[in-house]
Write a protein that binds this ligand. Structure first.
Ligand code: SF4
Length: 83
């Protein structure tokens, strides 16, 4: 299981700076930060700590098993960013 960023993301990059495992990209200083429509969580690096959820001001991040049905496709979309 992993946490998942959805399209409510406003790219403030707070979560990326708070993630202990650097699982969230792009970070603010990466080239893709300017063009990515949101940030994404690498499911292979996420340790399910939940810190990103608590710092996200837009409520964009969900546990994979608590994704709203209309946001379910964001699980694969997050993973795909890292492929
Ligand atoms: S749940 Fe924890 S490890 Fe996973 S992306 Fe969020 S801050 Fe990083």
């Amino acid at each position: 299981m992993a946490f998942v960023v959805t399209d409510a993301c406003t790219k403030d990059f707070i979560c990326a700076s708070e993630c202990a495992t650097f699982a969230i990209h792009p970070t603010a200083d990466e080239a893709a930060a300017a063009t990515a429509s949101q940030v994404y969580i690498n499911p292979d690096e996420c340790i399910d700590c939940g810190n990103c959820v608590s710092v996200c001001p837009s409520g964009a991040i969900f546990s994979n098993d608590e994704l709203p049905p209309d946001k379910a496709h964001f699980a694969s979309r997050n993973a795909a960013w890292f492929n």
